[in-house]
Design a protein. Structure first.
Length: 259
């Protein structure tokens, strides 16, 4: 088997741009399959292949596929690497490519949903609300700009890592940093929720004369204690809603004492 030369800049750039359109052709029957196929076509166009190979390639990636778009680079890069190795003589059957795509697609979907949809995005939204309530609208806007730049960097980096890892991608998933990051981000979201609720109540005096400092402090306390009380018994979005409701409800309950 010939030595794998690596992912060239031109190919990486082409796959990166196509990955940004992963969900543009989303459909309920096969979800992101066309987006993945469109991304991998950047690799296929650089290969000298016959009609039979292309027919099987299109059929293989026309099947059902779904994953988290922020982490799809790992999988797209890994699939391009396996296809390249197979072209160079590696003993990689077609069924292994399907198993690789389906298994890792579901794994990255679960990991990405916990990290982004239920963790980082709610946390950043609440922090931006907190900054806006404090009169720092430009800082809130800058927060979303930084997130946009960082997620683009993640997509670019994951493509290279996926291509370089190939069959070793499961080892990346086993790293404990993923789950540590999920825990920290979810608790950060809950703390930001408590702070935002406290600042809102204190700034707009919606609690009938209650102590501003008491309400603000109560928001911090609830943001810290809610994840400890609920643990993992409920989904992250439910925990956020319950924590926010408890924060404001308790604020209303203590307001007569301050009046």
């Amino acid at each position: 088997m010939k030595r794998e030369p690596g992912l060239s800049f031109a190919l990486r750039w082409s796959m990166f741009l196509r990955l940004l359109l992963l969900q543009a052709s989303w459909n309920p029957q096969r979800m992101q399959n066309l987006g993945l196929l469109y991304c991998l076509l950047a690799w296929l166009r650089r290969q000298r292949t016959d009609t039979d190979f292309r027919r099987h390639f299109f059929r293989r990636y026309y099947e059902f596929f779904n994953t988290n778009p922020y982490l799809a680079g790992f999988l797209a890069g890994g699939l391009a690497r396996l296809e390249a190795d197979r072209r160079r003589g590696a003993a990689i059957p077609r069924q292994m490519l399907r198993t690789y795509r389906d298994s890792l697609g579901r794994t990255f979907a679960s990991l990405g949903d916990q990290l982004f949809w239920l963790g980082l995005k709610p946390a950043l939204t609440l922090i931006a609300c907190l900054l806006a309530l404090r009169g720092s609208s430009l800082a809130a806007l800058a927060l979303f700009v930084v997130f946009g730049v960082c997620q683009l960097g993640l997509r670019w980096w994951s493509l290279g890592v996926g291509f370089g890892s190939g069959m070793e991608i499961p080892g990346i998933l086993a790293h404990p940093l993923w789950h540590a990051a999920i825990r920290v981000i979810k608790r950060t979201a809950l703390v930001a929720m408590g702070l935002a609720g406290g600042v809102f109540a204190a700034r707009y005096q919606c609690l009938g004369g209650g102590s501003r400092l008491a309400v603000f402090g109560m928001g911090i306390a609830l943001g810290l204690l809610t994840p400890l009380a609920l643990r993992r018994r409920l989904p992250g979005e439910i925990m956020l809603l319950i924590g926010f409701a408890v924060c404001l409800g308790l604020g209303f309950a203590i307001s007569p004492a301050g009046g």
